[in-house]
Design a protein. Structure first.
Length: 215
């Protein structure tokens, strides 16, 4: 199984090249993006982040102190903007109060402790928490999203649908390298968007020859 995952990673990397993910200027921008990207496309998230940046609201302090109505107006392109605005303001306020707005103080903790803490915050589920840990915190934890689940199932590589079992499947069978975790997750997203769609393009897929579940 270890060989299968490494072979898949190498094939995707040869096909698509480096994905330069997560696209952000700061750790906090990654956190903002991880919350905004829930149930929407990254294209819409980029519009919302551009609005926040233009209004100088991409810091913990400025976002925590901004009027909720203003945040709603700016993040509207990302959808569910009432809900997401509250989440952004709450998490910003949390980091400001508990860590004085310094994410270095937050990320110096161990991965397990950080994950448990993030999951106590409203609106932060496992995928969002792990995205924050992997990309903003540079912690070795694999992110599982809908694309990953779909690809694994179609390839007959892993039948379980449990988030943490899938995560551990990757972590147990990949080199202990944060950069590979980051790149592999991004490559699976790319594959899911372009080939392993709801109506898959199996015979055009770069993994077709490697896929034990090919149709």
């Amino acid at each position: 199984m270890k060989f299968s995952l490494i072979a898949i990673y190498k094939s995707l990397y040869r096909t698509f090249g480096p994905q330069h993910w997560w696209p952000a200027k700061t750790e906090f921008e990654i956190i903002v993006g991880a919350i905004l990207t829930q149930q929407t496309t990254w294209k819409n998230v980029e519009k919302a982040i551009k609005n926040l940046r233009k209004n100088k609201l991409l810091t913990i302090k400025s976002l925590a102190n901004a009027p909720l109505k203003k945040i709603e107006e700016l993040v509207q392109p990302a959808g569910y903007y009432h809900q997401k605005s509250k989440r952004l303001k709450e998490i910003s306020t949390y980091f400001l109060r508990k860590y004085q707005g310094n994410l270095n103080n937050f990320f110096k903790k161990g991965t397990k402790s950080l994950r448990e803490e993030l999951l106590t915050l409203r609106g932060v589920g496992k995928e969002t928490a792990d995205s924050i840990l992997l990309y903003a915190g540079e912690k070795r934890i694999f992110v599982v999203d809908a694309y990953t689940r779909r690809i694994l199932k179609r390839a007959n590589l892993f039948a379980e649908n449990d988030y943490d079992k899938i995560r551990m499947f990757f972590e147990d069978n990949l080199p202990k390298d944060i950069k590979i975790y980051q790149e592999f997750h991004a490559l699976l997203v790319k594959l899911g968007k372009e080939f392993c769609k709801k109506k898959p393009l199996c015979k055009l897929c770069p993994l077709y020859k490697l896929c034990p579940g090919k149709v």
